[in-house]
Design a binder for this molecule. Structure first.
Ligand SMILES: [Zn+2]
Length: 213
């Protein structure tokens, strides 16, 4: 089984949006201020059916205690509302590229040019305070890359979700050439937003379905 690489935490702020934006199979944790029973009842109020992940589960092993999984959503939100609500947008924030500055004393790194070759290298230690800047910077870069990778994966997952929802909404789920219709609608309209992709898809579906039937 695959475990998502990211998680969300439920805390006291933004409870409504938190539950409104959850998707099937999402994993989330909740803060210590909640009891499991509270989380369960708040979730069901918003039409989100969840289960607790027990200590033996993969989710628990990955994320620790207070882990829940979204089994399914009973929400009646229309696809247009979902688009407006940011349902298909990633909540992972674009990370900041690591700065070449010593975290201890704020002195900028001066990369040393290694000869031969054009590559510049970060010195092992800060020239001002001796802080081990190279290891720290390389670690920050690794973290940055992991977050970027997660962000791209999540964007891809959400785009697929939108595609599935939109094709279903337009009655094209079982149409043999659904992929081509989708590609056309995407190319034509994605620069002006998902709502316009949906509109184009809807227009095309009327033509397509007439021919198909
Ligand atoms: Zn320093």
């Amino acid at each position: 089984m695959s475990i998502p690489l990211f998680k969300y935490q439920l805390n006291e702020t933004e409870t409504v949006n938190f539950f409104k934006r959850l998707k099937q199979n999402d994993i989330f944790t909740y803060s210590d201020s909640y009891l499991w029973g509270d989380v369960l009842s708040i979730a069901s109020k918003y039409g989100v059916i969840i289960r607790y992940c027990p200590p033996a589960s993969e989710e628990y092993k990955t994320y620790g205690s207070h882990v829940c999984k979204v089994l399914y959503l009973n929400n009646e939100m229309k696809i247009e509302e979902k688009i407006k609500d940011g349902y298909y947008e990633t909540r992972i924030q674009h990370p900041e590229y690591p700065k070449k500055v010593c975290k201890q004393c704020n002195t900028p790194f001066i990369s040393v040019k290694k000869s031969p070759g054009p590559k510049r290298e970060i010195p092992n230690f800060c020239s001002n305070c001796g802080h081990p800047i190279k290891d720290e910077y390389e670690n920050d870069l690794k973290v940055y890359n992991v977050i970027m990778q997660n962000m791209h994966q999540e964007s891809k997952r959400l785009l697929n979700l939108f595609k599935t929802d939109a094709l279903e909404y337009c009655g094209l789920s079982n149409y043999p050439k659904a992929q081509q219709v989708w590609n056309y609608a995407w190319e034509e309209s994605h620069s002006s937003g998902l709502i316009n992709v949906l509109a184009t898809l809807e227009e095309l579906s009327e033509l397509v379905i007439l021919r198909y039937m």
